[in-house]
Design a protein around this ligand. Structure first.
Ligand code: 5AD
Ligand code: SF4
Length: 454
C-alpha cells in the first residue's frame, strides 16, 4: 500500500526526474544496515541508485547529507534498535537541518507512516520493493512514505551495477516467502515469493564476473524455492557454473522442504558449488515444528542431511534455531539438543523467540524469559563446541581461499575457505581476488591460519 504523507513527490513515483540532467551536486550518503544479507544487498543497490544522483558513501554521520537506515523487523530487538538510532541522530539533524533521514527495509514496510509520527525528524520511509523510487522521493517536499509492492519490478529500474566490494558479490534471485512459519514476519514484510528471470540473473552475473567477481552468493528469503522462467535453483546454478571466471557459488537461505533431488545432486557434481549449506531447522521437536507450521519433522530433516552428505560428505551445515517458542517444554528443548548432537553443525545462529505483531504465534503464551535464556545458553554452548571441532578438523588439510582483503599483519591476506571459514594466510605476494591453495596450520576462536601452497 502506498501511504503518501502530504505533499506528494514532485515527480510521479517510479519515474526519475531527468529534468536536472546537469552533473549532480556531489553529496555524501551514510547507510547503516541491520539484519540479513538481503539487506546488505539492498543497501548496495540503494547506494547505486543514489550514486546516480551524485551521492558517494561516507562512514561518518557528521559528513553525511543523507542518512539511510536499512532496517530489520525479524525480532523485536532488531526493530527497536531503529528508534534508539533515530534518537541519536537528533543532534546531527539540528546541526544540519538539510540533512535527509530515510528509513528503509522491513521496519519501513511494516510500520510505514507510523515511523514519521513517532519520529518527526525522518524525511522518508521506503519499503524493500520500492527503493528504485528513492530519487523521486528525495525531491519531494515534506515527508514521504512509499511502502508499495509496485506492479513494476524494481530490478528493471535500478542502475547498472557499479559499486563492487571486491571478489565476492551477492545476487538476489528470489524475494519473499509463501511458507508462513508461525513466528515469522517475512511473508508480511517481503511479500509473496517472486523469482527473477534467469536470463537477467545470468546477465548480471556475467557483468559481475567481467568486473573481477569470482564468487557469487545467490540470495533469497527462500532461495531454493527459486522457480524463474520454469527453472529451479539447480538449473540456475548449473548455468551460472558455465560462466568462465566464476569460481565459486553459494546460496542462502534454504528451506528443508525445497531441497529437490536435482539440487542435492548439484552438491555432488558441481565443483563450483561450495561445501557449505545454511539449512535452518528451527527446532528438533516434532510438536514444536508442527506448531511453527514448518511442515517437516526432525526425522525428515535428518534424512535430508543424510542424502546431502551422501553426495558431498565434507559439506558443513549451519542452521537457525529458535528457543522458547510458545509451548516449548523441557522435552521439546532436549529434542532440539539431540538433533544438534546428531547433525554436528559447522555453525549455527540461535535466537530467543520474539513475538512479532500480526504473526499467529504472537497470540500464544510465551515461555518464561529466564527459562528461554537458560535454554539459549545451553544451545549456544553446544553449537560453539561443534563449531570449534569443525574448525579444528581443518588443521593440516589443504583448502582453497579467495582473498578478500589484506590482514592486519604485514604480508598477510584474509579470505574465506570453501567451507566459509575465515582464513589468515601469510602471503606477501598475495592480492585481493587471488584464489589460492593453502594448508591450514592452526585454528583460533573465529578463524584459521594457513600457509600458501602454490
Ligand atoms: N523470534 C525469534 N527468531 C526469529 N526468527 C525469525 N522470526 C523470529 C522470531 N519471531 C529467526 C529464525 C529465522 C532467522 C532468520 O531468524 O530462526 O530462520
Ligand atoms: Fe520466515 Fe523463513 Fe519461515 Fe519464510 S521460511 S516464513 S522467511 S522463517
Amino acid at each position: 500500500m502506498t501511504d503518501q504523507t502530504s505533499p506528494k513527490p514532485a515527480t510521479p513515483a517510479g519515474q526519475a526526474d531527468r529534468s536536472a540532467d546537469a552533473a549532480p551536486v556531489p553529496r555524501k550518503l551514510f547507510i547503516k544496515t541491520y539484519g540479513c544479507q538481503m539487506n546488505v544487498y539492498d543497501s548496495e543497490r540503494m547506494a547505486e541508485v543514489l550514486g546516480a544522483e551524485g551521492y558517494t558513501r561516507t562512514d561518518t554521520v557528521e559528513d553525511a547529507d543523507m542518512v539511510l537506515l536499512n532496517t530489520c523487523h525479524i525480532r523485536e530487538k532488531a526493530s527497536e534498535k531503529l528508534y534508539s538510532d533515530l534518537g541519536r541522530l537528533k543532534p546531527a539533524k539540528l546541526a544540519k537541518p538539510d540533512l535527509k533521514i530515510g528509513v528503509a527495509g522491513c521496519v519501513a514496510q511494516a510500520e510505514g507512516g507510523e515511523i514519521l509520527r513517532r519520529m518527526p525528524l525522518v524525511d522518508l520511509v521506503v519499503g524493500p520493493q520500492s527503493y528504485h523510487r528513492l530519487p523521486a522521493m528525495m525531491r519531494a517536499e515534506g515527508q514521504v512514505v512509499d511502502t508499495d509492492f509496485p506492479a513494476e519490478d524494481k530490478f528493471d529500474h535500478l542502475p547498472e551495477r557499479r559499486a563492487l566490494r571486491g571478489p565476492t558479490a551477492f545476487l538476489t534471485v528470489q524475494e519473499g516467502c509463501d511458507k508462513f512459519c508461525a513466528f515469522c514476519v517475512v511473508p508480511y514484510t517481503r511479500g509473496a515469493e517472486v523469482s527473477r528471470p534467469p536470463e537477467r540473473l545470468l546477465a548480471e552475473a556475467r557483468d559481475l564476473v567481467s568486473r573481477g567477481v569470482r564468487e557469487i552468493t545467490l540470495l533469497g528469503q527462500n532461495v531454493n524455492a527459486y522457480h524463474g522462467g520454469g527453472w529451479g535453483l539447480a538449473r540456475l546454478l548449473r548455468e551460472l557454473a558455465g560462466i568462465e571466471g566464476l569460481e565459486r557459488l553459494r546460496y542462502t537461505t534454504s528451506h528443508p522442504n525445497d531441497m529437490e533431488d536435482d539440487l542435492i545432486a548439484a552438491h555432488g557434481d558441481l565443483p563450483q558449488l561450495m561445501p557449505y549449506l545454511h539449512l535452518p531447522v528451527q527446532s528438533g521437536s516434532d510438536r514444536i515444528l508442527k506448531a511453527m507450521n514448518r511442515k517437516h519433522t526432525a526425522a525428515d530433516y535428518l534424512r535430508l542431511v543424510e542424502r546431502i552428505r551422501a553426495v558431498r560428505p565434507d559439506i558443513l551445515l549451519s542452521s537457525d534455531f529458535i528457543v522458547g517458542f510458545p509451548g516449548e517444554t523441557d522435552a521439546d528443548f532436549e529434542a532440539t539438543m539431540d538433533l544438534i548432537a546428531a547433525i554436528g553443525y559447522g555453525a549455527a545462529f540461535s535466537f530467543k523467540y520474539s513475538a512479532r505483531p500480526g504473526t499467529p504465534a504472537a497470540e500464544k503464551t510465551p515461555v518464561a524469559p529466564d527459562i528461554a535464556d537458560e535454554r539459549l545458553q545451553r544451545l549456544q554452548s553446544l553449537v560453539t563446541q561443534q563449531q570449534r571441532a569443525a574448525q579444528e578438523a581443518m588443521v593440516g588439510r589443504e583448502v582453497s581461499v579467495l582473498y578478500e582483503k589484506p590482514g592486519r599483519l604485514p604480508g598477510q591476506m584474509v579470505g574465506k575457505s570453501d567451507h566459509l571459514h575465515a582464513v589468515h594466510v601469510t602471503d606477501p605476494a598475495g592480492k585481493v581476488g587471488d584464489l589460492v591453495r593453502v594448508r591450514v596450520t592452526a585454528s583460533s576462536t573465529n578463524s584459521l591460519a594457513a600457509e600458501r601452497l602454490d
